[in-house]
Design a binder for this molecule. Structure first.
Ligand code: HEM
Length: 588
């Protein structure tokens, strides 16, 4: 009995313990459920259709990368023009219809970009947001527009570059007996990239160009960060998610995985850029000491370069509290200071506008963005245009006839006389869609797209390839047909073609890109015919597929370049009266 009583007493003790724990447990659970409900109410969830999503791994196994290919192959037909895809560390919304993409580009709540922890506070153009982005954007667009980028003076620079590339190609052709046309199989990819990068580096750094260095152009932050983002493995996205956990776990994971610091390659690129900025600053100072005359002698152009503009105008554009929130990301700042050798604000004499400051680090980031944005896309546009010209001899013939009819050395200023050349390049942009997913945006506030709710923080991917290949707007979209951009013999652009996007975040380099691509392509095709050699024809499918990067790069290939009979050489255009009268600018 005593034993029974004891055991009863023991069970009774356990059950009273259970009872006393049950009530607080239930209350805790109830509170948790209420908190989750409140949170869900506060946080808008996306109601767009999409593939199934599983806890932690999201829709990882239901989609393929790059997303635009998956959307075109099956996603669009199954889920429609707005699709949500959940990844372990973020929600992506892929938008394919023209009306919906237009809505994205013009929506103020979708002006953000996915944020890399270290990049947030160091500015740059392409991946910053808020006030910081606005300040850099206003500054850069002003520099691009008002200081001659895309204007006649700058056109002369590009024309000079196109003469040089033509000469380089000629030099690579074997000498032959006089009446026979000289011909050779060449890969001109690097020549084109060098030309484009020479133009843009002269515009940014002035006359002292940065020597061509492939690392500098292929590994720059804009490309690198976006491409890395697009290629993250499941394990990497899971790590990212762990890094978002609350203190102390999240910060510990971030520190362990070095998530808050720029890549060593980015640091190297920043350092290279800072060296150029310092060099330019010194030369401008010397030129000012010599009364501006030295610069005028040294450079034959009449527009400012980007750094010159920065040194002269920065106080008008940037204030000390330009940070979005006033918070500074210590790890990011320190890393960029270290990379660029820039002094912190405290070390900088406030009344010395030429002294290095933290903003030099930001200038370096913006320059990277302009150079990577500028070089890779434009060089690939010209290379795609040459490849497509080689596959369409009839288009090539019409283009050349038009160039001959417009006069031996017709330039970009004569483009109204060259509607077929413009239509040809427009069709290259459509057919290839160089940035098939544009540049990813981020919702800075909850909003809607095509009537679907989209929460703050979601990444928005505009499927530009999909719009450019929509049979509703471009019949037989997989046929290369420049004539679709001609009407009664005149160039007729289409509003459904959006290679440079629209609205406040649209590509700031559009005018320059169009001018460069047009000038280089017409200069090359005026002097040479291009054809695909048999050795390359065997892998035509992979050539037409291109690479699956952020920019659809042309894969390496050779074309047969045959020199055409030369028109008589025309002397270089003398400087205009306005150009001669223009005073050497004052800086520093
Ligand atoms: C064929 C050539 C080019 C194409 C197809 C292209 C396309 C684009 C697109 C689609 C965007 C994204 C806009 C958005 O999010 O709405 C963009 C942004 C950008 N592009 Fe271009 N681009 C080209 C050439 C250039 C050139 C020559 C430069 C530099 C001079 C440049 C610099 C930039 C920069 C800095 C951004 C980021 C702008 C921002 O976020 O505010 N691009 N480009």
């Amino acid at each position: 009995m005593g034993h029974e009583d004891n055991s009863k007493g023991g069970n009774g003790g356990q059950s009273s313990l259970t009872k006393s724990l049950l009530l607080p447990g239930l209350i805790l659970l109830l509170l948790l459920l209420l908190a989750v409900r409140r949170r869900n109410r506060r946080h808008v969830t996306c109601d767009a259709p999409g593939p199934p999503a599983w806890p932690l791994i999201g829709s990882h196994f239901h989609v393929e990368l790059p997303l635009w290919r998956w959307v075109e192959r099956e996603g669009k037909a199954r889920y429609g023009p707005v699709i949500q895809v959940r990844f372990p560390d973020h929600l992506a919304v892929i938008v394919s219809g023209y009306d919906e993409i237009r809505e994205v580009f013009l929506n103020e709540s979708l002006l953000g970009r996915p944020q890399l922890p270290w990049r947030k506070q160091v500015g740059g153009l392409a991946l910053s947001e808020g006030k910081l982005w606005r300040a850099h954007r206003t500054f850069s667009v002003r520099a691009l527009n008002d200081f001659g980028w895309g204007r006649p003076a700058c056109q002369a620079d590009v024309a000079e570059e196109s003469r040089q590339i033509v000469q380089e190609i000629r030099d690579r052709l074997p000498a032959g007996p006089a009446p026979q046309l000289r011909s050779a199989e060449l890969d001109v990819g690097e020549l084109v990239t060098q030309s484009v990068s020479a133009v843009i580096s002269r515009m940014i750094f002035g006359c002292e160009q940065v020597a061509y260095d492939e690392r500098f152009y292929s590994k720059l932050p804009l490309m690198q960060s976006i491409e890395q983002e697009n290629r993250l493995s499941l394990a990497q996205t899971l790590m990212r998610r762990l890094g978002k956990l609350p203190w102390p776990l999240g910060p510990a994971v971030r520190r362990l995985l070095c998530l808050g610091r720029p890549e060593p390659l980015v640091m190297e690129a920043l350092r290279m850029c800072q060296e150029q900025i310092d060099k330019r600053r010194r030369s401008l100072r010397h030129s000012q000491q010599a009364g501006g005359a030295a610069l005028a002698r040294q450079c034959s152009r009449d527009y400012s370069d980007y750094i010159e503009f920065y040194l002269r105008e920065k106080t008008n554009y940037f204030s000390d509290d330009e940070n979005d929130s006033g918070r500074r990301d210590a790890a990011g700042d320190a890393a960029v200071d270290e990379a660029t050798g820039a002094a912190t604000a405290a070390e900088t004499a406030p009344d010395d506008p030429a002294a290095p400051s933290m903003r030099d680090g930001r200038l370096a980031m913006t320059i990277f963005d302009l150079m990577t944005g500028g070089v890779d896309a434009v060089a690939n546009l010209v290379r795609w245009a040459l490849l497509l010209a080689s596959l369409h001899p009839e288009a090539q013939r019409r283009l050349r006839e038009e160039l001959e009819a417009a006069g031996g050395d017709a330039s970009y200023a004569d483009k109204d006389k060259l509607p077929y050349a413009e239509a040809f390049l427009e069709e290259v942009q459509r057919f290839v869609s160089l940035l098939p997913e544009g540049v990813v945006r981020r919702a800075v506030d909850s909003t809607t797209i095509g009537g679907y709710r989209v929460p703050k923080g979601a990444r928005i991917i505009p499927n530009l390839y999909g719009v450019h290949h929509d049979p509703l707007h471009f019949p037989e979209p997989d046929r290369f047909q420049p004539d679709r951009f001609l009407r009664y013999g005149r160039f007729q652009p289409s509003r459904h073609l959006l290679p440079f996007s629209l609205g406040k975040r649209a590509c700031p380099g559009e005018a320059l890109a169009r001018m460069e691509a047009f000038t280089l392509l017409t200069a090359i095709l005026r002097r040479f015919s291009v054809a695909l050699p048999d050795s390359e024809a065997a892998r035509l499918d992979s050539l037409l597929r291109g690479s699956d990067g952020f920019v659809r790069r042309v894969v390496e290939h050779r074309l047969v370049f045959t020199e055409l009979p030369q028109p008589p050489p025309t002397p270089p255009t003398p400087p205009t009266q306005q150009q001669q009268q223009q005073q050497a600018p004052q800086f520093l």
